[in-house]
Every structure is written in structure tokens, then in C-alpha cells.
Design a protein around this ligand. Structure first.
Ligand code: ATP
Length: 485
């Protein structure tokens, strides 16, 4: 990762704070690790991304319906899903700095350094050891052996003074009502993913809405993971939001549905205005698939921290529904009218983190441009995502201009998010709104009072055009529809 890239992430972090997108949680108390709050601009941006996703999933697919399941779920859910036994990361502690690291990440760091130094053969050897870790002894023992063999030092203290590698469960546990207080149960978990709420409600949804195989259930909601390495801004958080859709299909049609959804999800990212060259599909190699998956791919975005997953598309087979049948004792078979057969449905999952998606949008939109010897910072994001879509500026604070601006504000606010701002020089007002990604700014001036016109200034080109006041809404709609990254 180059210094330049890291600096770019730092700039996005500062802009996010300065312009009211993202704040560290509980900042006046020093913050809380890997937990963030969203300010006025962040809230709008997130709402717009959510809406785009919801529209693409439910409005564009008559056979996909919504759900809002609770964060708390019966503890057995997490036994059935495999999270109690298997949702672990292998961790190692630096005894000197007391910092904890993911053992596999330390090894990946070594591989990256070797590659950078041109020691390709050695890098390949370590990679092979990492790839086969867990196949002979336990995973922890194998990772520990690699760390010792190559004397990998602690990134922070530089020391080589490690504890053993141990598995660390990522679920947050909490107490539940009086029962837990009386010591009668082990407490319950905050959900680490939203998908299980969909699986346990599959029958309810089928019984109460007019869907039948193939059909999908879409859900947006919070998820919690006690991530150990969480130093990458909103890329990896302990409390985050997921947008997941589980598509229930007949066995034998799963492969086709998987390919279709992978393609659809990639198109969605492009429609969101993300530049094509910053996206790629990374299929999981067959020997790296989770035991229950038949196929899986990540959609990667080229973040300043490198190519990273932003969304996963998985063919989860009938694993989930079979497990819930087993653990709940309730039948999960469905009857398919088309083939007159009974089966446990296969599941194709699409799963994207809202926060990570928002970071992708911010990274892709962030530009610094030379303008007349000055640097302008601008977020060139899709107009449909912009937290404020239209700025309205009376040229100066005069009642005649303010009156027209207020009328425009009222007319436009039914269609767009609007900000009416009369303070500061016009140049400063443009720059402020460039920094939050406002695609269009309307200026009301004295000439316009004469001939009923205003100017519309385009964020991306900075060009201004005169438009008759009554045509403003239609011109804005046209511009937004025609926008391309
Ligand atoms: P990673 O390998 O990055 O930890 P994952 O494979 O565990 O991700 P999934 O369980 O497939 O991720 O979750 C689906 C999506 O949820 C991810 O693609 C990502 O966008 C988002 N996500 C997962 N964990 C986090 C997190 N800790 N913070 C923010 N978003 C997350």
C-alpha cells in the first residue's frame, strides 16, 4: 500500500468528519474502537444508498419481498447456523505492546513485503504454507509455526514476543431479561449477520404472502461482530449495517440463479456510478469454499487500502434450511407447483455492507482538481446518492432574491434534497457544496429577476447555464438522468 493511497484515505476520513458524514462514536469521551456515528450528510447518503438497493431488489423484482427481523434471536439459531462453533478468527497477542493481531493477516503482511522486495519464490513458499494451514494439524498450530519459522515481528512494537495463536469468537454476547440474571441461561448474542432472520422466517413469508419458488427475501439491518483488527475506518466495524437478500430456489436451478445474481449485483455497482476499472469479481477458488458453499464470489472495489471485498454472492446450497429443520424440528420443505415436487430450498445469497458501500462511494467520488491555481476538493458521486442534490444561492442577502430562492426551495424540495444558502461569497458556497457532492447549484441574481431566469452550475464541469425558472425542475431531472461517472 503506497503512502499516497494511505494519504488519500486520511483525506477522506478528515473530509467525512469536517463535512458531517462520519464521526467517531462517543468522540467527547475519546471514541470507541471501530464504532462510528453518521452525521447529517452521512445519514442522507446512507438513506440514498439503501433506497437504491431496496428499489433494485424489491421494486424491480416482483418475487422479492422485504423483512425486518429482530437483532436478538433465539440462541439456538446461532448453533444451527454454525456461528457458535465456527465464527472464529485465529488471533495472536504481542506480549510487549499487548496488541492483538489476526495471525493470518500477519502472514499475509510478510507475503506482501517479500513480493515488494522481489523475493517472489519465497513469497510463494509462505503463501503455500498459509494456503495449507489447518490441513495437517490445527489451524492455530500451523499459523503459529509459520510465524515462528519466518520470525514475523509485531508491526507496532517490532518485538518477537508472541502468545500462542488462539481462536476468538466474533459474536457479542449479552444478558437477556430476568432469566439471564437468575443464571438460567447463557445469555444471547447480538446477530453477526442479518441472513439468519431471513432463514427462520422463510415459512412465515411463504405462508403469508403470495411468493413461491423461486423467490427472495430482502432485509436491511444492523449486525455486530467483535472484530479484533478494526483499524480501517468504516471498512471494518464492530457495529455495521448489512443489506442482504436470500433467494430460495429449487435444487438444480441454483447454479443458473447464482450466475444471474452475480451479474445483477455487478451491474448495480456500475449503476451506482462506481467506475468500472475500480470493480472486479473475485471468485473463491473451489478448494477455498466454505464447507456448505457450492460457489462464491466477492465483488471487490479498489479501496485506498487495496482491492477488498465490498459484497459477497454465495450459493449456500440447502445447508441453512436443512440445519434449521434439524435444530428446530420444523419442516423446511416446500412444495414446488411447477415441478410438483417437494424439497428443501437452495439459497443464493447476496450480501453487502452498507457502511463499506458508503466508503466505496466516497472513495470513488473523491477528487482533487487544480482550478485557477487553487485545489478544489469535490465528491463526484451519482446525483441520486448526493446528500444534498440542489444548492440554491441568492447572490446576495436581499429580500427580492431571497424570496425567489425560497419559492424555488419549496417547489424543488418535493423532488430533491435542497439547501438554501445565502451566507458567504458565491465561490465559497460552491466549494462547500462541491465537498459534499452536490451536483447542481442554482444562483438567483438581479438579471434573473428581470427575465425570470436563474443559473445552474454543474458540479463536475463547473459550467453555468441560464435556465428559465419554470423549467428548472425538468432541466434538473434531465441532467440527473443523463449523469455518467
Ligand atoms: P471480511 O472478509 O471483509 O471480514 P466477510 O467475508 O466476513 O468480510 P460477510 O460475512 O460475507 O463478510 O459479510 C457480507 C458483507 O458485510 C461484506 O461484504 C462487507 O461488505 C460487510 N461486512 C462484513 N463485516 C463487516 C465489518 N466488520 N464492518 C463493515 N462491514 C462488514
Amino acid at each position: 500500500m503506497s503512502i499516497e493511497h494511505l494519504q488519500q484515505l486520511d483525506k477522506i476520513v478528515s473530509l467525512s468528519k469536517a463535512r458531517g458524514f462520519i464521526y467517531p462514536s462517543s468522540e467527547i469521551y475519546g471514541g470507541l474502537g471501530a464504532v462510528y456515528d453518521y452525521g447529517p450528510m452521512g445519514v442522507e447518503l446512507r438513506r440514498n444508498i439503501r433506497n437504491q438497493w431496496w428499489k433494485a431488489m424489491t421494486r424491480k423484482h416482483a418475487n422479492i419481498v422485504g423483512l425486518d427481523a429482530s437483532i436478538f434471536m433465539h440462541p439456538k439459531v446461532w448453533e444451527a447456523s454454525g456461528h457458535v462453533d465456527g465464527f472464529n478468527d485465529p488471533m495472536i497477542d504481542d506480549k510487549q505492546s499487548k496488541k492483538r493481531y489476526r495471525a493470518d493477516h500477519l502472514i499475509e503482511g510478510l507475503i506482501a513485503r517479500l513480493e515488494k522486495d522481489g523475493k517472489v519464490d519465497q513469497a510463494a513458499k509462505v503463501q503455500e504454507a498459509l494456503d495449507t494451514a489447518g490441513s495437517r494439524d490445527g489451524l492455530c498450530e500451523d499459523l503459529e509455526a509459520i510465524i515462528h519459522e519466518y520470525e514475523i515481528k509485531s508491526p507496532d512494537s517490532g518485538a518477537f514476543d508472541w502468545t500462542a495463536v488462539r481462536q476468538f469468537n466474533l459474536m457479542f454476547k449479552t444478558q437477556f431479561g430476568a432469566v439471564a440474571a437468575a443464571g438460567d441461561n447463557d445469555g444471547i448474542y447480538l446477530r453477526p449477520e442479518t441472513a439468519q432472520g431471513i432463514f427462520v422466517n422463510m415459512k412465515n413469508v411463504m405462508d403469508t404472502s403470495r411468493v413461491s419458488i423461486p423467490f427472495g427475501i430482502a432485509q436491511i439491518g444492523k449486525a455486530f461482530r467483535n472484530e479484533v483488527v478494526a483499524r480501517q475506518f468504516v471498512f471494518r466495524m464492530r457495529e455495521f449495517e448489512q443489506m442482504e437478500m436470500q433467494y430460495f430456489v429449487a435444487p438444480g436451478t441454483d447454479e443458473e440463479a447464482y450466475n444471474e445474481w452475480l451479474e445483477k449485483r455487478m451491474s448495480w455497482h456500475l449503476e451506482l456510478g462506481i467506475r468500472k476499472e475500480h470493480l472486479r469479481v473475485a471468485p473463491h477458488p473451489q478448494d477455498k469454499l466454505a464447507h456448505y458453499a457450492r460457489a462464491a464470489a466477492d465483488i471487490h472495489y479498489h479501496f485506498p487500502i487495496g482491492w477488498q471485498e465490498v459484497e459477497g454472492v454465495h450459493n449456500r446450497t440447502d445447508f441453512d434450511m436443512t440445519r434449521h429443520q434439524e435444530f428446530s424440528g420444523k419442516k423446511m420443505e416446500v412444495f414446488d407447483q411447477a415441478t410438483q415436487s417437494k424439497f428443501i430450498p437452495y439459497v443464493i445469497e447476496t450480501s453487502i455492507g452498507l457502511d463499506r458501500c458508503m466508503l466505496m462511494v466516497l472513495c470513488d467520488a473523491y477528487r482533487e482538481e487544480e482550478v485557477e491555481g487553487d485545489v478544489r476538493t469535490v465528491l463526484k458521486m451519482h446525483p441520486a446518492l448526493a446528500p444534498i442534490q440542489v444548492g440554491i444561492f441568492p447572490l446576495v442577502k436581499k429580500p427580492e432574491l431571497q424570496e425567489v430562492a425560497s419559492k424555488l426551495e419549496t417547489d424543488l424540495s418535493d423532488h430533491f434534497t435542497v439547501l438554501n444558502d445565502a451566507s458567504g461569497s458565491i465561490g465559497k458556497r460552491y466549494r462547500r457544496l462541491d465537498e459534499i457532492g452536490t451536483p447542481y447549484c442554482i444562483t438567483v441574481d438581479f438579471d434573473g429577476l428581470e427575465d425570470q431566469t436563474v443559473t445552474i452550475r454543474d458540479r463536475d464541469t463547473m459550467q453555468q447555464s441560464r435556465v428559465s425558472m419554470e423549467k428548472v425542475p425538468s432541466v434538473l431531472h434531465q441532467k440527473m438522468d443523463a449523469w455518467a461517472p
